[in-house]
Design a protein around this ligand. Structure first.
Ligand code: KG4
Ligand code: ZN
Length: 417
């Protein structure tokens, strides 16, 4: 079965085409087309993702990226795909809400034959609503033009499946022999959650952050230290340098929020504020004036920044591990998944690998390959494959973006378009 997947939940516009074969006991996937454009450079000057800009850029890039992925998959064959007048009007209505898309869409569709895919998978949430709508409306328009069914995918499920996927080589992935229950620690820019999968693709929320997501905390702390967006990789780089220079330093001591409480919940906003106070104290101690400058990080030395990055990363990792261990005890999970952009963090993955083998040697750990850790459409295609196998399609007119979509509730099953 061949799936074309669309991902536009945040600042990556991505299209992937994969071919899947098998069932949940063993599935082989081949990535036959893959195109991604990251808007990171454009959002950098805002210090974070700016939703209106994300929407505009998705609208600008989604057609060229789809063309590129289809070309790579050898599915961009010439020949007219005439769209009936009434369908054309409906498509126009749908795409008029996405600036720039109508003009690009029809010439693109009408120059090619209907590609040999079986379904279109699209992220409907969670994420930034204006950004999600671009992908959702594009999927609706493709579905109407090609007569292919749609599967609506939860972005966080994509993160779980991309971790479960074993990479055979650049284009081949395998998912199989997954021992249930699976506990997933999902750590991204918008989420920090512990989720339990007792049965394939069915989820229970075990714990979550009560305020900031861990990726958000990384990004905000990086900003305080005068580092560019996204801050996770920057903090990680500084922390690694500090670690190589001799490890933990008593210069800064940050709290480990909610480490000892009896839940599997998290809180990172206090930790972020503690970093702000640590910077302020350091700056005040060093300067004559008693006020904090607008960018206090200016007066921090590189050594200060490295020490703070190290202590912050250690604090986050300690809390993440402690809560995950608590959840493992409570759920008796046999598999642990780390998913989401923050799972690309070396210290976190190293710590989890070491601690798991010492304390839970029977639990298998899955961390996504770096090419699948941050947002991409391959992960949406993996999820799309299993939902398409279950005929979990949604009629295009019922498909809506849902910025706050939760993994423990799915969109209702709908009739075929
Ligand atoms: O999953 P993702 O690509 O997008 C969302 O769904 O949010 O995650 C992005 C987040 C950002 O906050 C980014 O700073 C963080 O992942 N991130 C990292 C690292 N690489 C990306 N955080 C810590 N260490 C990293 N190496
Ligand atoms: Zn993500």
């Amino acid at each position: 079965m061949k799936i074309l997947a669309i991902e536009t939940s945040c600042d990556e516009t991505a299209i992937a085409i994969i071919e899947g074969d098998g069932d949940t006991s063993s599935t082989h996937f081949t990535i036959i087309g893959n195109a991604l454009f990251s808007q990171i450079e454009l959002h950098r000057e805002y210090g974070g993702v700016f939703p209106a800009l994300a929407k505009r850029e998705h609208g600008k890039n989604i057609v060229p990226l789809t063309r590129k992925a289809l070309l790579e998959a050898r599915m961009l064959q010439g020949g007219a795909n005439a769209i009936r007048k009434d369908t054309r009007d409906t498509i126009k209505d749908i795409l008029e809400r996405e600036p720039g898309l109508v003009e690009q869409f029809f010439p693109f569709i009408e120059e090619m034959q209907i590609p040999g895919i079986d379904a279109i998978a699209v992220t409907y949430g969670p994420g930034l609503s204006p950004a999600l709508w671009v992908g959702v409306n594009f999927a609706r328009a493709l579905s109407l033009s090609w007569g292919k069914p749609i599967v609506a995918i939860n972005h966080m499920e994509g993160h779980i499946l991309s971790a479960l996927a074993k990479r055979v080589d650049d284009t081949r992935l395998e998912i199989g022999n997954v021992a249930m229950p699976v506990l997933a620690l999902l750590i991204s820019g918008g989420h920090t959650q512990l989720v339990l999968m007792r049965q394939w693709l069915s989820y229970e929320l075990i714990g979550q952050t009560r305020d900031d997501a861990v990726g958000e905390a990384f990004d905000k702390v990086a900003r305080m230290l005068g580092l560019p967006y996204p801050g996770g990789p920057e903090i990680s780089r500084l922390a690694e340098e500090a670690r190589q220079l001799g490890g933990p330093t008593p210069k800064f001591i940050l709290p480990r929020p909610m480490l000892h409480d009896a839940t599997c919940d998290f809180s990172f906003s206090g930790l972020k504020t503690a970093v702000l106070y640590a910077i302020r104290d350091r700056v005040t101690a060093k300067s004559e004036e008693n006020s904090v400058k607008e960018f206090p990080s200016d007066t921090l030395t590189t050594e200060d920044k490295k020490s703070l990055a190290l202590e912050f990363e250690n604090a986050v990792t300690e809390v993440l591990w402690k809560k995950t261990a608590r959840a493992l005890d409570e759920t008796n999970a046999n598999t642990l998944v780390l998913g989401g952009g923050v799972s690309a963090n070396k210290h976190i993955s190293r710590t989890f690998t070491e601690k798991l083998s010492q304390k839970y040697p029977d639990v298998s750990l899955h961390i996504p390959h770096h090419s699948l850790a941050t947002d991409n459409a391959v992960m949406i295609a993996l999820s799309g494959f299993y939902h398409a196998q279950n005929n979990n399609f949604i009629a295009q007119e019922n498909l809506v973006a849902d910025g706050g979509a939760s993994l423990s509730k799915r969109l209702r099953k709908q009739a075929l378009p």
